[in-house]
Design a binder for this molecule. Structure first.
Ligand SMILES: [Zn+2]
Length: 449
């Protein structure tokens, strides 16, 4: 059976991930992501009403024109998890394919909300939920399987396409977490089994984000422990404490909520995306928040809540807000600019349970946000965080486990691929032979017969 891989997006950047695999006549698309930084760099761009081609020109969504060179039918569109760089282009591209969108329950729910917010295209693809451990027939001879992995968002999976020529493992995005705070540990047992099955692993496509960092990415349990230490250490502080983190990082938000109560403060989630992700996770029973946990997204209800906090005493609350990257319109940045009713005083604590995404725009905006907060007297606790991506030893372990015939590094630019290429070459792979460094819009033929 002929096997071809189309590397459509996310092979020159982190963002707008999209890869297609053709096995015989069947094509499966993995991820359809958005590169948000390409949108945010322009002032006030509203993507909801924009046409796909304009967004492709901006470099914001994958240029999927290479799909017309693949001779097969798209049978499924499979987003691996709910981060925007994996699902953010579905509302702009999925309607071009007559295929269902197949994803884990939390991811499907986020896709559904995104499609609802779309104003340009009517996206009518079927939405099919599939849990980790389940499989789905693709055409007559191929099978799709979801393997449970751990990442900085709940319900993440690595899809595996089983073909008569061996398995294609699509490895974006994960860390190897044996003690995640929510959900099951990464299913290494299943990866080991897949490696031993008939045909083994034909190809492994992998997220190289942290390949250049030595050692192993710590578990979410470590970030939780770190957060607990910071919060317990300021238990007796009788002024304002404010925290921020990735709003899609439900495990972290839930730790923040829990420790706020431990130190005698009422947690409140503020900001549109805080309300969206946490509300969705709670509705789907991924997390059991306290009954009285307030979540407010709209500007008016947020301001009303801030006024209530000021009236009842800042020392009784822990606002958990958006703005961990210093995004100009996010809540924490507005607090720094003094645009909300919440007043910061000398010595008030601001907890960043996040790391700055190492990219000039983020770094600049975060610098500005911290300076503004500092000018009002805030003390900053930074980097209470662990990454959601594998480091060098995690990558080593995955390659060692899967023993793939071919490897395609993804989710990075050329510079980001380099440390992964070094690692793979040290393990016996050869650039150009079975290790394929590529760019957006290319086809790689793995089996040609
Ligand atoms: Zn991700």
């Amino acid at each position: 059976m002929e096997i071809e891989i189309a590397t459509i997006g996310g092979y020159e950047e982190v963002g707008r991930q999209m890869t297609a695999v053709r096995a015989g006549d069947d094509v499966v698309v993995f991820d359809m992501g958005l590169n948000l930084s390409k949108v945010l760099i322009h002032d006030n761009v509203e993507t909801e009403r924009m046409h796909s081609l304009d967004l492709i020109d901006m470099g914001a969504i994958p240029d999927d024109r290479v799909m017309s060179d693949l001779e097969g039918d798209v049978k499924a569109i499979v987003p691996t998890h709910g981060h925007l760089d994996h699902i953010g282009a579905i509302s702009k591209l999925a309607h071009r394919y007559d295929a269902p969108i197949v994803a884990s329950p939390f991811t499907i729910e986020l896709v559904k909300q995104q499609i609802k917010g779309e104003e340009k295209f009517g996206v009518e693809n079927d939405l099919q939920k599939m849990e980790a451990g389940e499989t789905m027939q693709i055409g007559e001879r191929n099978e799709l399987e979801f393997v449970n992995v751990t990442h900085s968002i709940i319900d993440a999976i690595n899809p595996v396409l089983h073909t008569p020529e061996g398995s294609i493992v699509y490895g974006l995005d994960k860390r190897m977490d044996h003690t995640p705070v929510i959900g099951d540990p990464i299913d290494m047992k299943r990866f080991r089994e897949i490696a031993r099955e008939d045909g083994g692993v034909l190809c492994y496509i992998e997220d190289c984000t942290n390949a250049g960092r030595k050692g192993r990415t710590p578990s979410e349990a470590v970030a939780r422990r770190h957060l607990k230490d910071v919060m317990y250490s300021i238990e007796d502080y009788d002024g304002g404490i404010v925290a921020t983190t990735f709003s899609s990082h439900i495990a972290r938000v839930s730790s923040l909520v829990e420790f706020a109560e431990d130190i005698g403060r009422q947690p409140v989630l503020l900001g549109r995306s805080m309300e969206k992700y946490s509300g969705t996770a709670e509705r789907l029973d991924f997390v059991d928040f306290p009954d009285d946990l307030g979540m407010y997204g709209h500007r008016k209800s947020v301001d009303r809540t801030f006024k209530r906090i000021m009236n009842e005493g800042k020392e009784n609350f822990l606002p958990i807000v958006t703005g961990h990257q210093g995004e100009p319109r996010a809540m924490l940045t507005r607090m720094g600019r003094g645009e909300t009713p919440y007043e910061l005083d000398d010595g008030d604590k601001v907890l960043f349970s996040a790391r700055v995404i190492p990219e000039p725009t983020n770094e600049g905006q975060r610098y500005q946000s911290e300076k503004l907060l500092g000018m009002q007297g805030a003390r900053i606790y930074d980097d209470i965080h662990v990454s959601g991506h594998l480091r060098e030893e995690g990558h080593y372990e995955m390659i060692d486990t899967l023993q793939p015939q071919h490897i395609i590094p993804a989710h990075q630019d050329m510079k980001g691929f380099a440390p992964y290429v070094d690692l793979a070459e040290n393990m016996g792979y050869n650039l150009g032979r079975d290790l394929h460094v590529t760019r957006n819009g290319n086809l790689i033929t793995l089996v040609d017969e």
